[in-house]
Structure formats: structure tokens, C-alpha cells
Ligand binder design. Structure first.
Ligand SMILES: *[C@@H]1O[C@H](CO)[C@@H](O)[C@H](O)[C@H]1NC(C)=O
Ligand SMILES: *[C@@H]1O[C@H](CO)[C@@H](O)[C@H](O)[C@H]1NC(C)=O
Ligand SMILES: *[C@@H]1O[C@H](CO)[C@@H](O)[C@H](O)[C@H]1NC(C)=O
Ligand SMILES: *[C@@H]1O[C@H](CO)[C@@H](O)[C@H](O)[C@H]1NC(C)=O
Length: 714
């Protein structure tokens, strides 16, 4: 659509300029499949246009390209309508439209690509492609050291393989020792991935050291040159200008003389009354030439010049490419002409696809589909980080265990601390699984571990503080005994719910590793392994997420409830709140990032970073202050132990009067709290709480760690 619009715009501009310069005697259109930037066929066509403009001092020669084939007929009709005298169609693609236009507009002259017969207003142009391939093959025969050569051709149905045959005959004629020639077809004129892959295969799997090609681009030769082999320019452009001396030989098509001659005739005879020609580019006119690298052996050059000169010595039908001994193995005697020469006709030659003896057709080259692994750096970075964090967590476990009798740890229920850290370790371990190449087993293990880890971490935290809440938020302040053993079933229950949901994901969610193509920045020939689940799995996953959200909500509620607890060791409301904020914040970021379109790998990375962050933030916020307390207040504990509970209680009451103190922290908050009965009876409550939480140490229950910001100030 846009293209045809563009064409219309171009046409409009052309029409406008036509009206302005009516005095111009000739107006020429050059039609090509692509722009001149291909450094190949179209570049050469445009170069001829530019040269002709210069030579004949023309002002109205226009180059049109990228016309969609179905629109080409209409396009050419439009050109005819808008006063063009000469239309040059350099590609076979627009041929049928051009032929119809030529019939409809007999006063417009046409030069068409191909070898069709002339008519009153049609001439044609083609060049000796077979000979060009014969010469490059001859050159390959002189250059090969392995005696094995290769070729890359579009192959049927795009074209028959005759260019490969011409190349082979040339090579054999120059070097009878050539053992074999392998050739691939690519199925098209232009598919750099396929043709480069074919060249790569020829060079590495078949011992080929010189490759010929029929492809629009230079991908085959670039592959050869990159590996230190010689390159041959085979698309009509002087490839030396791009690749320098790495291209040992290029055949060059120069359309200039044809363009100049044709346009000159049309200027001289605007009525088109002149003898029509079928232009044929060959070595004996300036159309087909070759360039070579500076390092080319002069002897090789003189041999090439000699065979090119020798072409002129025999009629074309007797040319060495049409007349060779391989024909008698390929064709029945009735097709062979030229006495003992074993010649075949050009039409028969150009129709050939089956290889000559000594040639091996390897068929269509197909690029093997390869697995794109998870990047090693990704796996390594996360494994190293998770490993280091696991180590730190284990050290933390040890520190907690060793100091389990220190008041600051005791009041925080060491057994739950150990559980919380265990949860963190499980999360870290799951992150490692999340970054390695997935299998169905690790896909499942990922979900099991990460969810069990977080349930253990958050669940223990919530249950532990639930106990604090129950003990403190107790209007009658009667003695409540809640032991660890009474609490474990709650944690276990949370884990069971978690396990059920993941079991659904695993079982009916059909969570497994699948191989997918066409995602991320995969090429057409790569696939990736990802974990996939079906819809019921996704629903179970959403329920699992909702379950986590609920757990977090309960956690927030409990931490809000225990904010009034006046003893810092028990009042973990702030760290818990901070932990939950950190997790909720991460969840928001994750959800928005994961929901928006993402590369799969980026998504995994976001999830892994978020997992590490959430677990580490939780452990850090909860335990760094405790470690700090252990390190700095270890000596002051004795003094605290010896403090009379009553004096602490009274100090707390006095502190609550100084509620304007900006440093009062948690206790400051509590001082706003109307529930003064906490303060009055803290003494009582503490004794009960500690008795139960550290149930096996009845005798120490009186030496409670009572410590908060206010009591420190006393
Ligand atoms: C090669 O590929 C082309 C285009 O994809 C196809 O039409 C042709 O049949 C293939 N030839 C062989 C021998 O597989
Ligand atoms: C074309 O030119 C030739 C000789 O120059 C002349 O004999 C012939 O009549 C011309 N034909 C037309 C149609 O003008
Ligand atoms: C060129 O032709 C001559 C005469 O037929 C022959 O002797 C010579 O070998 C040919 N040169 C090559 C390179 O084929
Ligand atoms: C071209 O070759 C095919 C088989 O490869 C054959 O069927 C067809 O008749 C040939 N055409 C000509 C013009 O020789």
C-alpha cells in the first residue's frame, strides 16, 4: 500500500518535471528490482544509467526500483502515459507487464532483459552468463589446492543448475586433477543465511577450497574470504572495490555501452525508425570483463586472457562449455552434435539440473536448528550470588544457634529465626534452578522450591508474631501459654496449602519444559527451552499468588497489631513491616514488568533478581539489627538482666510521658497508645510470654531481656 503510494508520488513528481521541461527530446525510465546499493546487479544497472547521462548529457533518465511485481504492469503503463520515450527493464520480474505495455504503446521503445526476439518497439539485452561461470570455474581449477571445488546455486524451481555445470566444466578443463565438485542449492536468489551456511558446510565438511556461486549477494564469498580462502566476485560488480585483494577475480558487467548506444539511437530517431538489436554481453565486447587482485599470478592472468580470446576462435555453439565429454554420460547420443565434440544446444545446457559425472549435488541446504542455551554469564552470575547468599545464611543460622540463649535472640524465638533463614536458603537454591537450562524436572522443582521457600520465610515470620500479638493484645491480660509446638502445626498447615497448590500446577497444570521458536531475538534457526504450563496450571499459580498476597496481608495486620508492644525485642513490627513493604514493592515491580511484553530471558532475570532481593531484604531487615545488637550490646546484657523489672516498668511509664521526644522510636509510638494497661502490667506479661516461648528454661525466666530505646536511656 505505502509502496504503491510512494510510486504514485514519484510518478507525480516525474509528471511535474515533465511539464516543466517539455523541451527535452528524450525521456528514459530504467526499472530494476532493487536500489543501486546492492553492490551487485542493480548497482551495475544504475552505474550504466549514470554513465549514459554523463556521456550523452541527458537530464531525464529516471531509475525506478522496488516495484511490486503485480503492480509493475500498471506502473509501466503509467510511464508510457507520461511521455517516456524509452523504457529499460533490467529484470525478468517485470517482463510480462512490459511486453503488454509494448503492445499497447507502439510509439514507446522498450529494452527488455532476456533473449526474446526483437519486434517493432522491443529490443532485448542479456549476457553470456554461462561463459562467465566457465571462466570463473577455469580460474577455480587453477587456484584449488585440495582439488575439490564447490558451488552454491538457487537450484530448481528458481533456476536449473547449469551455472554449476559451466563452472565445473571450466575447472575440469583447466585442471583435470579436480577430484570432485560439491554443490548446494539454496532455493532462492537471495538468502544470505542459507547461502553462507551452505558455503560454510562446503568448506568445513567437504574439503572444498574454492567456491563459485549464483546468488545475488556475496554471502558465499564473504564466508570463504573470512576463513582465509580466495573469493570470486560473481554478481557482476567489481567486488575488489569492496573487499580489495581478498577477491582474486571478479567478472564485471558493464551495461554502459548498451545504454549509450540505445539512447543515442533513440535521440537520432525519435520515431523509433532504426534497426533493432538484441544486445548480448560477452567477453568480446566491453559488457563482460573481469578484474583481478594485484597479487594474481601474471601467468594465471595470461591463461585466462587466452581462453577468453579462444572463445572468439570458435562459433558459440562449439564453445567449450557446450562441448564437453561429460555430455555423453548425461545425454543420449541423439542430443549430441558437433561430430566428436559432444556438444549440446544452449537450451539443453540451460535446462540441466542433474549433475555431470564428478559433480555431487548435495540438495537444498537447510540450516540446522540449534538450541540457544541460557547465557552462561546469566547462570554463573546468579549461581555465584545465590551461593554466596546461601553461605551467609548458613553462617547466620550458626550465629543464631550459638547465641540462642542470648536475650536478644531468645526473645525472637531462635527456632523460628532458624526456620525463617531456612526459607531464605530454599529461595536462594530455587534461584539457581531458575537460571540453569530447564528440564521438566527443574521446571517443577523451580516452583516447588521457590514457593516452599517463601512460605517458610513469610509463614514463620507471621506465625511467630501472631503469638506475640495473642499474648500482648489480651485485654484481660491473663496468662496465655503458647508453645512452639502449638505453633508448628500452623506453619506446617501453611506449607501444606502451598504444597497442594504447587501439586496442582505440577499435575494438572502439566508443567514441563518445551522447545519454542520465534521468541526473543532468536534467529529463524534457533530454538529455546522454556517452562510452560497449561491454563489450569496458570489458574493454580494465580491462586498460589493470591495465597501469598493473603499471607502478606495477615502479616501486615499482625505487625500493625503488635506495633504497640513496648519491648523492642518483641516488637518486630517495624522490621516486619519493612520486609513486607520490600516484598510488596518488588511484587508491584515484577507484576508490571512481567505483564508488559518482555523477552523471555529478561523476564526470568527480573524474577530471579526479585527473588534474591525479596529473600535478602527480608533476612537483612530482620536479622541485621539483631546481629548488630549482639555485637554492640553483648556486654550490657548483664546489667539489663540485673535490672529490676519494676524499675523497667516504671521507666517505661515515664518514657511514655516524654512522647514528644522525636527519638522515641517504636516506644514513642506506643506512648500515644491509649492501651495503658500494657505498661502497667508489662512486667506480668513478659514473665508469662518468656516462660512459654523458651519453655525449657523456667529458671531463667526472671532474668528477662528487657531492653528498649527508652530503658537504655534510663
Ligand atoms: C529446494 O527448495 C525449494 C524452495 O524451497 C523447493 O521448491 C525445492 O523442491 C527444494 N528441492 C529439493 C531437492 O528439496
Ligand atoms: C524508416 O527509415 C527508412 C530508411 O531510413 C525509410 O525507408 C522508411 O520509409 C522509414 N519508415 C518509416 C515508417 O518512417
Ligand atoms: C587456445 O586455443 C589454442 C588453439 O586452439 C590452443 O592451442 C590453446 O591451448 C587454447 N588455450 C587454452 C588456455 O585453452
Ligand atoms: C528440461 O528438463 C526437464 C527434466 O529435467 C525435462 O522434463 C524438460 O523437457 C526439459 N526441457 C527442455 C526444453 O529440454
Amino acid at each position: 500500500m505505502t509502496r504503491s503510494f510512494l510510486n504514485n508520488v514519484i510518478l507525480f513528481i516525474v509528471l511535474l518535471s515533465c511539464i516543466i521541461t517539455v523541451t527535452q527530446s528524450i525521456k528514459v525510465a530504467v526499472l530494476a528490482t532493487g536500489g543501486p546499493e546492492d553492490l551487485g546487479f542493480n548497482y551495475q544497472v544504475n552505474q550504466a544509467k549514470v554513465n549514459a547521462e554523463k556521456a550523452l548529457n541527458l537530464r531525464e533518465v529516471y531509475y525506478f526500483s522496488d516495484i511490486p511485481i503485480p503492480e509493475s504492469k500498471e506502473f509501466i503503463y503509467n510511464l508510457c502515459e507520461s511521455g517516456y520515450n524509452l523504457i529499460i527493464v533490467s529484470t525478468l520480474d517485470y517482463l510480462s507487464g512490459a511486453r503488454e505495455a509494448a503492445k499497447a504503446y507502439p510509439n514507446v521503445q522498450f529494452l527488455l532483459r532476456g533473449s526474446g526476439a526483437t519486434s517493432s518497439n522491443i529490443q532485448s539485452v542479456t549476457y553470456n552468463f554461462i561463459s562467465a561461470n566457465y571462466v570463473t570455474g577455469y580460474f577455480a581449477g587453477l587456484m584449488t589446492k585440495s582439488k575439490i571445488i564447490g558451488y552454491v546455486t538457487p537450484g530448481p524451481p528458481a533456476s536449473s543448475n547449469y551455472a554449476a555445470h559451466a563452472f565445473y566444466v571450466g575447472a575440469k578443463n583447466s585442471n583435470p586433477d579436480i577430484e570432485s565438485m560439491y554443490f548446494y542449492s539454496t532455493g532462492s536468489w537471495l538468502n544470505p543465511e542459507i547461502s553462507a551456511g551452505a558455503a560454510n558446510s562446503l568448506l568445513s565438511d567437504y574439503g572444498v577450497d574454492v567456491i563459485g556461486q549464483t546468488q545475488d549477494d556475496m554471502s558465499v564469498q564473504i564466508e570463504a574470504v573470512d576463513r582465509g580462502y580466495i573469493g570470486i566476485g560473481t554478481n557482476g560488480f567489481n567486488q575488489k572495490e569492496v573487499f580489495g585483494d581478498k577477491i582474486a577475480l571478479s567478472y564485471v558487467l558493464d551495461w554502459t555501452s548498451v545504454f549509450v548506444d540505445l539512447i543515442q539511437k533513440n535521440i537520432d530517431h525519435p520515431d523509433g525508425n532504426y534497426t533493432k538489436t538484441n544486445y548480448y554481453g560477452d567477453w568480446d565486447n566491453s559488457f563482460l570483463t573481469y578484474t583481478h587482485s594485484r597479487s594474481l599470478d601474471p601467468q594465471v592472468k595470461s591463461i585466462l586472457d587466452e581462453i577468453i580470446l579462444n572463445f572468439t576462435a570458435v562459433p558459440k555453439a562449439m564453445a567449450p562449455f557446450f562441448c564437453n565429454d561429460y555430455n555423453k554420460y548425461t545425454f543420449s547420443a541423439t542430443y549430441l552434435t558437433g561430430a566428436e565434440l559432444n556438444c549440446i544446444s544452449q537450451a539443453r545446457f540451460q535446462n540441466m539440473s542433474d549433475p555431470y559425472p564428478g559433480m555431487t549435488w548435495l540438495g537444498n541446504y537447510t540450516i540446522p536448528i540449534t538450541l540457544k542455551e541460557v547465557p552462561k554469564t546469566f547462570t554463573r552470575a546468579f549461581t555465584a550470588t545465590s551461593g554466596a547468599l546461601i553461605l551467609l545464611a548458613l553462617i547466620l543460622e550458626a550465629v543464631i544457634y550459638i547465641n540462642k540463649d542470648k536475650p536478644i535472640i531468645r526473645s525472637a524465638s531462635p527456632i523460628f529465626c532458624i526456620l525463617i533463614i531456612m526459607g531464605g536458603i530454599i529461595v536462594y537454591a530455587s534461584i539457581i534452578l531458575w537460571t540453569v537450562s530447564p528440564t521438566t524436572a527443574t521446571c517443577n522443582a523451580r516452583y516447588w522450591l521457590v514457593s516452599i521457600g517463601f512460605t517458610t520465610l513469610i509463614g514463620s515470620m507471621v506465625v511467630k508474631n501472631f503469638r506475640i500479638w495473642l499474648i500482648f493484645d489480651n485485654p484481660e491480660l491473663k496468662t496465655i501459654k503458647i508453645t512452639n509446638y502449638q505453633l508448628f502445626p500452623w506453619v506446617a498447615g501453611l506449607l501444606v496449602i502451598n504444597a497442594l497448590l504447587v501439586a496442582i500446577i505440577t499435575a494438572s497444570g502439566d508443567l514441563k519444559m518445551v522447545e519454542v521458536m520465534g521468541i526473543d531475538d532468536l534467529t529463524k534457526y534457533q530454538y529455546m527451552q522454556v517452562c510452560k504450563m497449561n491454563n489450569s496450571g496458570a489458574i493454580a499459580l494465580y491462586i498460589l499468588l493470591a495465597y501469598f498476597a493473603l499471607l502478606l496481608l495477615v502479616g501486615v495486620f499482625v505487625s500493625w497489631k503488635i506495633r504497640i508492644v513496648d519491648i523492642a525485642e518483641f516488637n518486630e513490627s517495624k522490621p516486619i513491616a519493612n520486609t513486607l513493604y520490600a516484598i510488596s514493592f518488588s511484587l508491584f515491580v515484577i507484576v508490571s514488568l512481567v505483564v508488559s511484553p518482555q523477552y523471555y530471558l529478561d523476564q526470568q532475570m527480573i524474577l530471579c533478581i526479585a527473588g534474591l532481593f525479596m529473600a535478602t531484604a527480608a533476612l537483612g531487615i530482620l536479622f541485621v539489627p539483631k546481629l548488630y545488637g549482639l555485637a554492640t550490646r553483648g556486654s550490657s546484657t548483664e546489667q539489663l538482666f540485673s535490672m529490676k523489672k519494676s524499675s523497667i516498668a516504671s521507666s517505661r511509664s515515664s518514657a511514655s510521658k516524654n512522647s514528644s521526644n522525636p527519638d522515641s522510636g517504636d516506644s514513642g509510638k506506643s506512648s500515644h497508645n491509649p492501651h495503658n494497661y500494657y505498661k502497667k502490667s508489662t512486667n506480668n506479661v513478659l514473665a508469662e510470654f518468656t516462660d512459654e516461648s523458651i519453655s525449657d528454661q523456667e529458671d531463667e525466666s526472671n532474668d528477662l531481656p528487657i531492653e528498649n530505646t527508652n530503658s537504655n536511656r534510663v
